[in-house]
Design a protein around this ligand. Structure first.
Ligand code: 5AD
Length: 347
């Protein structure tokens, strides 16, 4: 059992020792079983638009990537996909897109959320309908409230790095850590189950940075975490910066395990990026403590344009469910799978 002191955590994150990684994963695996059991909940991911107003230096769908074909799925299409997910037993979905705080876009999204909610509740009188997570970036308090009133109840907004200097290094000057923090606090204030996360293995990122990120997650008392390895994208300027110090794959596994050990009752995602960077990513991510998987439901003819990083690997939802079972976990179908932490902090 490792002692979770600052010094130990930093040492664990910095070492290359495979034994240390194994020990950590085994300890996290026990902690996960004891606190959240062996269920793995699904979030059907619908990437409904790749138009983006941001210029994050790492991201393939950044505004200045003019070589990318832009798309926006229409309302009917999105609602159909959501209802299909519901019928298959994926009782939570996540609607994700590039960032737009345009009033018309938010109004339309609120209509879509309300319609999905109405239809899914009609379909099954005894259920709460579909659980709806949103991940559409930084918006105003009123916009978050509008989407909440429409029926969304979870929100993912990654902080990317909680270190001000590193955050500045990977974002253009117009994007601010403080405003992201304000957004996270607004979301919690409204009542959302709130998730954040960071990328791991960024140029210039150290074990100390990641330790601070873990402290940040605890201080902000988050309900959900989505973290993944940083994977360079050729059209994004950060791909030209080559001073990576931490191995993105193994360090992500360590961050998942440490998060589980420090925050027993939150929901943690085994991200698509983790699954894309290593064929064992899903299995190892779940063993390290992740209890959420987000199968991509975006239609095949558009999903290639939601290209955040190179070699993004999509597995069919059915394949993911088989793999979850084969790894010894139980897919949590026909239920929302809310983070226990949310219930605990509200009681
Ligand atoms: N590598 C890994 N993750 C990335 N994201 C964006 N670009 C990359 C990349 N190159 C992640 C960010 C963002 C989420 C939607 O995708 O963390 O919040």
């Amino acid at each position: 059992m490792i002692q979770l002191s600052a010094r130990n955590i930093i040492n664990v994150l910095a070492t290359d020792s495979p034994h240390c990684l194994q020990d950590l994963i085994q300890t996290a695996e026990k902690c996960r079983k004891k606190n959240v059991g062996d269920k793995v909940y699904l979030r059907g991911l619908i990437e409904f638009s790749n138009f983006c107003g941001c210029n994050c230096l790492y991201c393939g769908i950044r505004k200045d990537n003019h070589n990318l074909q832009r798309y926006r799925l229409d309302k009917k299409n999105i609602i159909q996909m959501a209802m299909l997910a519901f019928e298959k037993g994926y009782h939570s979905i996540c609607l994700q897109s590039g960032e737009s705080n345009n009033t018309a876009d938010i109004d339309l999204l609120a209509e879509i959320v309300a319609e999905i909610k109405r239809l899914s509740m009609e379909r099954d009188e005894n259920s709460r309908g579909l659980g709806i997570t949103l991940s559409v970036g930084e918006l105003s308090y009123q916009q978050y409230k509008k989407l909440w009133d429409a029926g969304a109840h979870r929100y993912l907004l990654r902080i990317e790095s909680s270190d001000p200097t590193l955050f500045k290094r990977i974002h253009p000057p117009a994007q601010h850590l403080e405003s992201r923090l304000e957004c996270l606090r607004a979301l919690k204030d409204i009542g959302y189950q709130t998730g954040t996360g960071v990328m791991i293995g960024l140029p210039g990122q150290t074990a100390e940075h990641l330790y601070q990120d873990l402290v940040f997650f605890q201080d902000e008392d988050v309900d959900m975490l989505g973290m993944g390895p940083y994977i360079p994208h050729h059209a994004a300027p950060l791909s030209k910066v080559l001073d990576t110090q931490l191995d993105p794959y193994t360090t992500t596994l360590k961050m998942l395990a440490l998060s589980r050990l420090l925050m027993h009752d939150i929901n943690i995602v085994a991200s698509t990026a983790l699954q894309s960077i290593n064929p064992d990513g899903l299995k190892m991510g779940l063993r390290a403590g992740a209890n959420i998987v987000m199968p991509v439901l975006t239609p095949e003819d558009t999903r290639d344009y939601y290209y955040l990083y190179e070699n993004k690997n999509y597995k069919r939802a059915e394949t993911l469910i088989e793999e979850i079972t084969a790894c010894g976990f139980t897919p949590g179908l026909w239920q929302w799978g809310d983070p226990l932490h949310y219930k605990n902090r509200r009681n």
